[in-house]
Every structure is written in C-alpha cells, then in structure tokens.
Design a protein around this ligand. Structure first.
Ligand code: G6P
Length: 367
C-alpha cells in the first residue's frame, strides 16, 4: 500500500495525529472482548517464575524501556535493568535462564539491538520483543514477539511507535503484576478501563496544537533547552529533548529534576528555556520546588501540567501547556504528545527538514 501524508504537511504531523487511533488498535488487539483481561501469546513466559527483567533498545525505544522500568518495578514488583543496546552487548552482563530479556524496536532491524538479543538468546534467557514490523529480524529471532500495531512510521523521528510501545509495555507490566499477585481483578479492571478512555483523552491533547506552536516559536530562538521531569516524567523529558534535537538541531538535554542542583543549575540564566513536565502526581511538589529554583535564577519555564497543577504552581511561569487529568501511570503516554508537538513546531519555525533530518536514518542497521 502507498503511504501518503493524508492531508498533513509532513509524515510526522500525520503520525502524531494518528496516535489515538493506533493506540486504540493496540488495545483492541491485547484486551479481551469483555475488556477485563489482557491477551498475550502462549509463548510468553509466566512472570511468576521470572527473577529479573532486562530491557534493551536504542533511541526512542530506549526511553520507552526506561518508562517501563518504573511500571514493572512499581506495579509488578519485578527487578528491572534497562540499558542501551550498544552498551549492553559489550558489557558482558550476566544473564541466566531466570531472566526475561525484552527488546524494543520500531523497525526490528537495529544492529545493536539485534546483537544484544543474540547475546541473551545464547545465554538461555527468554527473549521477548516489542516491535512494529512483525516480519523483522528481531521479531523472527524472539521466543515471543509482541506487535505494537502502530502501522508504517515514515518520519525519522519516532512518534506513534513510541506511544504504542508504551501502551504494550504498560499492558505487559499489568500482566506481570497480575501473575505475580500484585494486582487483583478489580484493580486490573479499573486500570484497563482508564486505558480504554486514553484515545479520547489524547484527542484533547492533540487539540492543544496551537498553544504548543506558540511556545515553539519562542523555543526556536534558543541555543540550548533543558527538559526536567521526575519519576515517570524523567524518561519523557529525555524523549522530549531527543525529539527536539533530532529535528530542530537545537541542543537539548534532559535531567531528572532532583539532579538539577548537581550541575545543570549552573547553566540557568534568562536565555535558557526550561521545559518542565509535571502532572499533579505524588512527586509534583518536589518538581515544583526545582522549577522555582530555575525561575529564581531567571530561567524561562514552560510548564506542562494539568488543571490542578496549573492552579497550584502556574504563577511566574513563562508558558503553560495544560493537559487533561489522567491516572499517574498513564501520564507518559499523554505527555508524549506535547513533547512531540513542541519539537515539530520548533523545527518548522527553524525551517529544518522535519521528516528527513540531516545525518539521521530511520533504522540503523550497521554498527
Ligand atoms: C534511529 C531512529 C530512531 C529510533 C532508533 C531505534 O535512531 O532515528 O527514531 O528510535 O533508531 O530504532 P528502532 O527501529 O530499533 O526502534
């Protein structure tokens, strides 16, 4: 089938807009017909017998893995190690038959991820992959391949594949929690029904595109941008910074908010835009106090939060993007949208090639 831009200026814009639909497809695939259970292939190991989960990937898929670590540890009480494939493969990490090694890849062809997979398969680990291309090498060489059903992704900067990866990883964390006795039937049903309402909520976030565009016009003037987040918002801050540098060529980096005073605070002045991702969750007050340290030094803050967060901490902030309220664990999937919109519109303002950024490839099949 021929893939076109479907009326959008860029594939990236189209793929950002498709997210509610493709996440809905993934949910239809993995949820049982009555919506109270999660379907997984027979070949997937039972997480009761698993000692350790190792998550390995590159680029955006790696940030999906870092997010998933928080979910697997907190909800399923499963020890998780997460690493970049190019580091993992040469570290000679101990891997045993009590290990599930999970590889996340949009293309399923990334050379380092495939090599890391082969290393684990050799050591008798259970090899599971979360992939977008079901006939890819990584899918074929896995004991269990879980499709993310994002459809073809053309833009080099990954968008819909990221949120579909998150959706599948979250479902897997719930499955593991259920098997390990940390999630009863009622709690699971609640979480799944919240997940079912996510596509509609994502549409509300997409509708904020104009606000993101306004903020992006200002970000486009910066030389460096700092992204801050805590807990589940930390990997998302990393993904936001990655998206921005990939397509706008502005230097961006992400820090866990709590690390601010251990270095990056030295960079803060009035020329330094700081994007703070902070839904009103348990860590909100901590993030806000870090944000205030930034503002006290003249840093220009863009706060991405929800209504309650805005009420509590909106004073003195330069820009705000207000998201719908969702359960804490679903926030990374929702907050990915403003991160993508900011990168997209900043790139447009700078006039760069959004779909084909310089020096980057969609899939890195050589080392
Ligand atoms: C390249 C792409 C990224 C992608 C990464 C991993 O760097 O430009 O968008 O996240 O590879 O690719 P994979 O196909 O393994 O997810």
């Amino acid at each position: 089938t021929r893939i076109d831009k479907g009326g959008h200026k860029h594939f990236m814009a189209k793929e950002i807009a498709e997210q509610p639909h493709v996440i809905g497809e993934a949910l239809n695939h993995y949820l049982t017909a009555d919506g109270t259970g999660i379907n997984v292939p027979e070949s997937l190991p039972d997480f009761r017998g698993v000692e350790r989960l190792v998550l390995v990937a590159c680029g955006t898929a790696y940030y999906a893995c870092v997010t998933a670590k928080y979910w697997f540890e907190r909800i399923a009480r499963l020890p998780v190690e997460v690493d970049i494939a190019s580091e993992f493969r040469y570290r000679e990490p101990p891997v045993t038959d009590g290990t599930v090694a999970l590889f996340v890849s949009q293309s399923g062809e990334t050379a380092d991820t495939l090599a890391a997979l082969r290393y684990c398969a050799d050591k008798a680990a259970h090899v599971v992959s979360v992939v977008n291309v079901p006939e890819s090498s990584i899918a074929r060489e896995s004991g269990t391949a879980l499709p993310i059903l994002a459809g073809v992704e053309v833009g080099v900067a990954s968008t819909k594949a990221f949120t579909c990866q998150l959706t599948v990883l979250y479902l897997l964390a719930l499955k593991a929690a259920q098997q390990r006795g940390h999630l009863d039937a009622d709690a699971l049903t609640d979480r799944l029904s919240a997940l079912r309402s996510l596509p509609g909520i994502l549409n509300h976030a997409l509708a904020q595109d104009r606000s993101a565009k306004k903020v992006a016009r200002k970000l486009a003037e910066a030389d460096d941008i700092l992204f801050l987040g805590r807990g589940l918002m930390y990997p998302l801050a990393m993904e936001g910074a990655l998206k921005l540098k990939e397509i706008s060529y502005i230097h961006a980096e992400a820090y866990a908010s709590g690390e601010l005073k251990h270095g990056p605070i030295a960079l803060i002045d009035k020329r330094m835009p700081v994007v703070v991702m902070a839904p009103k969750d348990k860590l909100f007050d901590k993030t806000v106090s870090n944000m205030q340290e930034v503002m006290a030094r003249g840093g220009k803050v863009t706060l991405i939060t929800d209504e309650a967060g805005l009420d509590e901490a909106g004073d003195g902030v330069t820009n705000t993007l207000v998201m719908p309220t969702v359960p804490d664990d679903l926030a990374p999937i929702l907050y990915a949208i403003p991160a993508q919109q900011l990168a997209y519109h900043t790139a447009i303002a700078k006039g760069t090639d959004v779909d084909q950024p310089r020096n980057l490839a969609k899939s890195v099949t050589v080392e």
